[in-house]
Ligand binder design. Structure first.
Ligand code: UDP
Length: 484
């Protein structure tokens, strides 16, 4: 049997019967909102909630079983450390365990256990090897904690009156949490609480497996934010050794100033360019702020024993910078990339960071004759902050040449940033960034352009860092051999 014309069709036909339509709508409303309809709806909602609850219960029970099994196994495995710890503490008459008050599930307070590390050979061994955390397996066995969960924090940090805090405390805190992984990978730019909320929103087996896998590289070669000097020098480049927050503070302070200041991001590729391009090297040496960008700089810092505090790159900085710009009311100009790209970035900013004033955009493909017009355009737009995306070293040399004429307070070279935020080039997934493999992702996206940069450039960079390290060692020996 052929189906009759649909409601929409009948509305557009000339035989449209208004009364019949009204009748039909009334009947459908009646069906939905009759006592039976309402009961059915309520029942469906309850069933849905009960199923969700059941699923969560199964997941939590499964997780608890895994926690119990794994903690028992690990305690058995690490008994050879527990026994000497007991003996040494008894001999030295100090407590075997340190206790720190922590908030557990439903904000129940418990003592988080670690081995006491006295100032002895044994204490030093426990501290350096990381074995001091072993007693935490007892917390996991007892049900205070889980292997994976949100951050295990002090009760004072959590306000029980806050609804979000109560929601967060519906799961056990974890020995490993997303924030810890990001901190070790130097990409912990979000607040601890928002990372915890992200975990609770996506709690489940898949999330936990993901965190467990992502923890492996973080444990193997991750490193937290270091205590290190504010300024360091690597391969002849002066670096302002700042964390992301400190760098943002510095930019905002510069925006309040009267003089134009240049901010440069330097990664391993930039360091290679500066090695052979004297103009660029001089520019980096005279810029107001130079920030270490990428895992390569981190690695170089570690090799040279000049710890780089954090990987501060423009792409991660932008959303945070926009938030601050909005509050301070500064004007932003976007210059660079292919025609249309800066416009798309403006659209991204308007949609995601309303309140930020983008006072102008322009693409980065202009010739020498058009240069004066570009500079005047930026000056007339009365921009406070200028982002220039021409790639290194052109962007930094261009800024250095025109900084005064531009009339801006801060100008930053941001490389391929516009291509990311306009959606032209996808950003590496979080797990790849956490593992320090963003470069690999960029190579996969643009192999032809990137192979030389990554597969030749990175090795050349590390080789030069090695030479600098050897040079520093030779100088050290020379100085020691010199007669006093
Ligand atoms: N670009 C430009 N003008 C030019 C050459 C390049 O605006 O004359 C843009 C290009 O479209 C790209 C950016 O500069 O958006 C360079 O990105 P790249 O990834 O090379 O920069 P990196 O972050 O690697 O320094």
């Amino acid at each position: 049997m052929m189906a009759g014309p649909g409601l929409k069709e009948r509305m557009t036909t000339s035989t449209f019967d208004r009364n019949a339509m009204r009748q039909e709508v009334l009947e459908s409303l009646d069906r939905r909102f009759s006592t039976r309809g309402i009961l059915r709806m309520r029942l469906q909602r309850r069933l849905h909630r009960a199923l969700f609850w059941l699923e969560m219960r199964v997941l939590f029970t499964l997780k608890r079983v895994v926690d119990l099994g794994a903690s028992l196994f690990l305690i058995a495995l690490t008994l050879p450390v527990f026994v000497p710890a007991r003996i040494f503490s008894w001999m030295g008459r100090y407590p075997m365990l340190d206790r720190a008050r922590r908030a557990g599930r439903w904000l129940r307070v418990f003592d988080r256990l670690t081995f006491t590390c006295p100032d002895t050979l044994w204490g030093g061994f426990l501290r350096r090897s990381g074995l001091r955390i072993l007693p935490v397996f007892l917390n996991i066995l007892g049900g205070d904690m889980s292997f994976i969960g949100p951050r295990c924090c002090a009760p004072e940090e959590l306000d029980p009156a806050d609804r979000e805090v109560r929601r967060r405390s519906s799961v056990r805190p974890g020995l490993i949490c997303s924030w810890w992984i990001r901190n070790r990978s130097n990409i912990a730019y979000d607040t601890e609480f928002s990372v915890d909320r992200e975990y609770v929103d996506h709690a489940g087996l898949k999330t936990d497996i993901g965190i467990a896998l992502r923890a492996i590289p973080a444990v193997l070669y991750g490193q937290g934010v270091d205590v290190a000097p504010d300024r360091i020098r690597m391969l002849g480049i002066p670096i302002n050794n700042l964390t992301m927050d400190e760098a943002l503070d510095e930019v905002m302070r510069s925006l309040e100033g009267t003089e134009g200041r240049q901010v440069c991001f330097v990664n391993a590729d930039c360091a290679n360019i500066a090695y052979r391009n004297a103009d660029y090297w001089r520019r980096l040496n005279s810029a107001a702020v130079v920030l270490a960008d990428g895992i390569g700089m981190k690695l170089a810092g570690r090799m040279l024993k000049k710890n780089v505090r954090e990987n501060v790159n423009g792409t991660d900085m932008l959303p945070r910078l926009l938030d601050r710009l909005k509050r301070a009311g500064h004007r932003l100009y976007l210059l660079g990339a292919k025609p249309g790209v800066a416009e798309d970035v403006r659209q991204y900013i308007e949609e995601n960071h309303p309140g930020v004033t983008v006072c102008g955009t322009r693409h980065g493909y202009f010739n020498d004759e058009e240069e004066a017009e570009v500079v005047n355009g930026i000056r007339e737009a009365r921009a406070d902050l200028l982002l220039v995306a021409f790639g290194a070293p052109q962007q930094d040399l261009w800024i250095g040449q025109h900084l005064e004429a531009l009339g801006v307070k801060v100008a930053m070279g941001v490389g391929g940033l516009f291509d990311f935020y306009s959606g032209r080039i996808p950003r590496a997934p979080l797990w790849m960034r956490e593992a320090g493999f963003e470069w690999l992702y960029r190579f996969i996206c643009e192999p032809r352009r990137m192979w030389r940069r990554y597969f030749v450039g990175n090795f050349v960079f590390l080789w030069r860092v090695m030479l600098e390290k050897l040079g520093a060692k030779m100088d050290h020996f020379e100085r020691r051999r010199r007669p006093r």
